[in-house]
Write a protein of this length. Sequence first.
Length: 388
Amino acid sequence: MKQLKKFYNSLIRDTAGKQYLAFVDGIRFMAIMPVVLLHANERLLRYVVPENLLSSFEHEFSYVLSRGAIGVMIFFTLSGFILSLPFAKGAELKYRSYIIRRLTRIEPPYIFWMSFFALILWAKSGMGLGELLPHYVSSIFYVHTIAYQDFSIINPVAWSLEVEIQFYLVAPFIAQLYFSLKDTKSRRSLLAFFTVLFIIYQHLLGWQLQPYRATILGQLQHFMVGLFMADVFIHSKEWVKKKGLIWDLATLVSVPVMMFTWTDEMAKSLLFVVAMGGFFLGALKGKFFPQLLSLKPLAIIGGMCYTIYLTHLPLLELLYSFIGKFGQSSGYFGWLSISLIIALPLILLSSAVFYKVIEKPFMRKDGFKLFIQSIKERFTKTSRQTTH
C-alpha cells in the first residue's frame, strides 16, 4: 500500500523549479477527458453499435459526446496562457534556449510513441516501408497535415501537436510584442480587436476548413485567448484574487456554449472565443471551480495529459475492435457503459506507468542531458564487456 501511495505521489508534475499551479493541471484534466470520451464513442459506433441503429435520444447523446473536441481548443488556449506567462512577467526573449527546452521536453516522448505506433502500423497493415516512411518522417517533423492535407495515419491526434509546434515557434515574438505595449487597456483592446478581425479574415479566406483548420491559421484565435488570460493573471492580480460565485456560473454557461458553437460558422466562432474566455475566467476567479481544478486526483491526471493524448487513441482502437467481436446485444448505452468501465481505468493506469517512465524524466531541465549520459554509460559498459 505504501508503494502504491508513493507511486501516486510521484506522478505530480515536475515544473522544473517553476511555481506549480495546480489549477492549470486541473484545466488539462478538463481538456483531456472530453477528448477521450469523444474517441471512445467514435470507436464504439465504428466497431460495436452502428450509428444507424441508434434511437433519436441515443443520437443526441452521441452528439453531445462528439462535442468533446472542444478539449483540444482548451489545450490551445492553455498553451497560449502558459507560453505567455514568462513574458507577462517581463522575461527576456532567449529564443535558442526556449526552443531547446521545448524540444528536449516534448520531443523524446513524441518520437518514442510515434515510432512505436509506426512499427505497429507497419506490421499490422502490410504497408511497404517505402510507403510508410514518408508519413512517419512528416509526422515526426510535424508537417503531415501540410504535406498530405490530412491527419497522420500513424496517430491522427498528432494534428493538434503540429498546430502546437507552429504556435511554439512564434509565441515568444507575439507575446513580447504584445507586452511591449505598456498601457494595459490599450493592449487588451488591441488584442480583442485583432482576434475578432482574424476570425473574420479566417472565414473569408476559408482557413476554418480543412486542411487549414488543422494549422495555426485555423486555430490562432484560441491561443490569443490564452495570451489575454496570461495578461489578466499577472497584471490584474488584485482583481483575480476577488473570487465570486458569478464566475463559477460563467464556467457552467461557457462549457455548453462552446459545445454548441464549435462549428465553421463565423458568428459561432466569435461566440466560441468569448465562451472560452468565460471558461478561463471561471478557472481564475471562481469561488469553487479553481478549488475543483486543484483537487489532487484531477491535477495528477491532468499532469499526465500529454501521455494520455499520445496513447489513448491506439488503445481505444484495440479495445473496441476486440469488443466488436461480441456483437450488439447490449445496445448503445449498455456497451458504452461496459466499455468505459474497462477503457478509462486501462487508459489511466497505463498512462500513469508510461508517464512515469517515458515522459516525466524529461520534465527536468537536465532530463535530456541525463538521458544521453545514461545511454553513453550503457554503451561504454557494453563495449567493455564485449572487449573482455
